[in-house]
Design a protein around this ligand. Structure first.
Ligand SMILES: CC(=O)SCCNC(=O)CCNC(=O)[C@H](O)C(C)(C)COP(=O)(O)OP(=O)(O)OC[C@H]1O[C@@H](n2cnc3c(N)ncnc32)[C@H](O)[C@@H]1OP(=O)(O)O
Ligand SMILES: O=C([O-])CC(=O)C(=O)O
Length: 371
């Protein structure tokens, strides 16, 4: 059997949600540059789920629906409080709490299309509440309830910090949410599709996807980028640090991509946001350091920066805890996961590849006392 390690280049499904063609990303045919510049995250979720941009009325209804579904059961808040708050990673907390959400949803195992759409709204709305509640609880603060008059992006910051966010901060979070919403058949989306292709429920699919996003080769890279920048500390140390890492055959987080050759089209938006925000917050060294690393890796390894690279200094400048970077990615990407889960249910076939067996053959069982 011919083996394609990592399924590189294998086309495993048809999809009409997002595409990557000639290094350009589109959501339902809309260029990511256009959406990043002009759209709200709520519009993008609507687009991914309905394959069309909403009218004003549709958008207002959708926003209301999301806002009204943001509250999470008290039992989940209590559960979050019961974790070992000093050591539990917020992605592990999110994975567990999302699985738990399924226990409190009476429609959890109802597989009808309309019920699945209602569950999609609930999951989309509640993940932001879980992440921000956990972010506060572990600091000894009480969770803050969402405000129905706030946008999704504003509510994320409001629930996290307990104060009205500034317009500039809301704009930055909105753009980051738009840029992270979907990305064709990336590892976590594929995981969600594999899970629900067994006709398992949406909560199982999203829980599995969170687990896949958590890894450092995928969404977990953004937190590691900031750890790397912090370890470097000063701009003039950046290149020596990177050279040493490369000599030791270590990977540079936030660099490289399985699909993009010339570059990740989302990175330039985050790079510009990083430039602006680090300047405003008097933190330009993080941006300058990142540019040096990006240029060096591009020149010496031919690898482009991916979406996780500049999002690190953007989120840091917004005062977000470093281990909440990946959960914030999940708060956006759940929109894409849900679109793919719904698409998978719509035209399902079990996903079951083969493995080329290379282990020993013809072995005979020996009783335990003879081994
Ligand atoms: C949202 C996202 O998921 S974006 C990706 C986030 N992940 C990261 O930023 C982690 C760092 N990057 C990587 O590990 C990889 O580039 C991936 C996982 C993103 C893509 O990996 P793959 O397509 O499987 O490429 P693979 O890991 O096989 O690398 C191919 C070659 O490039 C090198 N390479 C790839 N990425 C990097 C990197 N970031 N730093 C240094 N070398 C790298 C590998 O060492 C390998 O070299 P070799 O052929 O000499 O052994
Ligand atoms: O597509 C990928 O392999 C990873 C990625 O950039 C994403 O999920 O946004």
């Amino acid at each position: 059997m011919a083996v394609t390690r990592g399924l590189e280049g294998i086309v495993a499904t048809e999809s009409s949600i997002s595409s990557i063609i000639d290094d350009q990303l589109t959501y339902v045919g809309y260029d990511i540059d256009d959406l990043a510049q002009n759209s709200s995250f709520e519009e993008v979720i609507y687009l991914l789920w309905n394959k069309k941009l909403p009218t004003l009325n549709e958008l207002n209804e959708f926003k209301k629906d999301l806002a009204q579904n943001m509250a999470i059961p008290d039992e989940i808040i209590d559960h979050l409080k019961s974790y070992n708050l000093e050591s539990v990673h917020p992605m592990a907390a999110l994975r567990t709490a999302v699985s738990m959400l399924g226990l409190y949803d009476e429609e959890s195992d109802v597989m009808e299309e309309e019920a699945n759409k209602r569950k999609a709204v609930r999951l989309q709305a509640k993940m932001s509440t879980i992440v921000t509640a956990f972010g506060r609880i572990r600091k000894g603060q009480e969770p803050v309830s969402p405000r129905e008059d706030f946008s999704f992006a504003a509510n994320f910051l409001y629930m996290l910090n307990g104060e009205e966010p500034k317009d500039l901060e809301v704009e930055a979070i909105n753009k980051a949410l738009v840029l992270h919403a979907d990305h064709e058949l990336n590892a976590s989306t594929f995981t969600a599709r594999v899970c629900v292709a067994t006709l398992s429920d949406i909560y199982s699919g999203i829980t599995a996807a969170i687990g896949a996003l958590k890894g450092p080769l995928h969404g977990g890279a953004n937190e590691r980028v900031m750890a790397m920048l912090s370890e470097i500390g000063e701009e003039d140390r950046a290149i020596d640090y990177i050279k040493e890492k490369l000599e030791n055959k270590e990977k540079i987080m936030g660099m490289g991509h399985r699909v993009y050759e010339k570059g990740d089209p989302r990175a330039k938006h985050l790079r510009e946001m990083s430039r602006e925000l680090t300047k405003i917050t008097g933190n330009s060294k993080w941006y300058n350091m990142s540019v040096k690393i990006e240029d060096y890796i591009k020149e010496n390894k031919g690898l482009p920066a991916n979406v996780d690279f500049y999002s690190a200094s953007v989120y840091h400048s917004l005062g977000i805890d470093h281990d909440l970077f990946t959960p914030l990615f999940a708060v956006s990407r759940v929109s894409g996961w849900l679109a793919h889960v719904l698409e998978q249910y719509d035209n399902n076939r079990l996903i079951r590849p083969r493995a080329d067996y290379v282990g020993p053959k013809g072995q005979k069982y020996t009783p335990i006392e003879e081994r």
